[in-house]
Design a protein around this ligand. Structure first.
Ligand SMILES: Nc1ncnc2c1ncn2[C@@H]1O[C@H](COP(=O)(O)OP(=O)(O)OP(=O)(O)O)[C@@H](O)[C@H]1O
Length: 245
């Protein structure tokens, strides 16, 4: 089942044409990648899907609903179904780990505090962080741990759709691998549909079910095996990192 359907999207800022007739869809339960060189419009595209940026021309449907036609109340309800980790890992420095994980639950639900704490501890465990990290502050965490806390905070709202912008950026290879393993574990255990913007070759090869590569238009839509077989030089260079940035 298609969860997101983007049709004939055009986006331009002045003379700068960023998206020229972009169409693709994301299926339920898959980990879908949005790839492309720097400035190719990945962030703008994802922000349009999560309704942080306006759609200029074209259509985006989520759960079969045209998001530009929804009334404000229906939009707010729809937004509760997804989490967007913009600048993945940005935590509140003055809150400890468990308070950071609880933030959204406190803001968007009327659940009692003891239940919020229980949910927060469950999500701490889901992302593989031991209980004793609960009272630590962000300054006391490694980069990989911060990303896990940010992920736990998003998962606490039980989203059906998760958007991750560069989930492994700034991490060493070992931490990157463990975040990639976590993403695969989450897919298996929670069946969330995930859209990831990434440049990381390991993530592209091991985590993504399917991906698009954009360069004004969609120049590739498929899985890693299909991409590897492509004769297109840009795609080959992209997958060997000659053109990923
Ligand atoms: N509000 C805006 N006003 C004008 N131009 C914008 C605006 N937002 C984005 N752009 C332009 O749109 C293009 C795409 O930007 P975007 O941030 O989506 O790129 P990206 O693919 O995510 O790049 P990167 O990998 O470097 O993060 C860029 O040329 C950028 O300068």
């Amino acid at each position: 089942m298609e969860i997101i359907k983007v049709s004939n999207l055009h986006t331009a800022f002045g003379d700068n044409i960023v998206h020229n007739d972009i169409s693709f869809s994301v299926n339920e339960g898959e980990i879908f990648g949005v790839l492309g060189g720097s400035g190719s419009g990945k962030s703008v595209l994802v922000k349009q899907i999560v309704m942080l940026n306006q759609i200029q021309k074209g259509k985006i449907e989520i759960f079969n609903k045209d998001i530009s036609k929804l009334k404000i109340d229906d939009l707010e309800t729809l937004k509760l179904n997804f989490s967007y980790l913009f600048q993945f890992g940005a935590l509140y420095s003055f809150l400890n780990v468990i308070e950071n994980i609880s933030v959204m639950l406190k803001e968007y639900t009327n659940l009692p505090n003891d239940l919020i704490e229980k949910i927060a501890y469950t999500n701490l465990d889901i992302v593989g962080l031991p209980k004793h990290t609960a009272k630590l502050y962000p300054s006391e965490l490694s980069g990989g741990m911060k990303k896990r806390v940010a992920l736990a905070r998003s998962l606490a709202m039980q989203p059906k759709l998760l958007f991750l912008d560069e989930p492994t950026s700034g991490l060493d290879p070992a931490s990157t691998q463990s975040i990639n393993e976590l993403l695969l574990y989450l897919k298996k255990s929670l069946n969330i549909t995930t859209v990831i913007i990434t440049h990381d070759l390991e993530t592209i090869k091991t985590v993504l079910d399917r991906f698009i590569i954009i360069k004004k238009q969609i120049i590739f839509d498929g899985n890693i095996e299909e991409a590897m077989k492509s004769k297109d030089k840009f795609i080959q260079d992209f997958l060997t990192h000659k053109k990923a940035d």
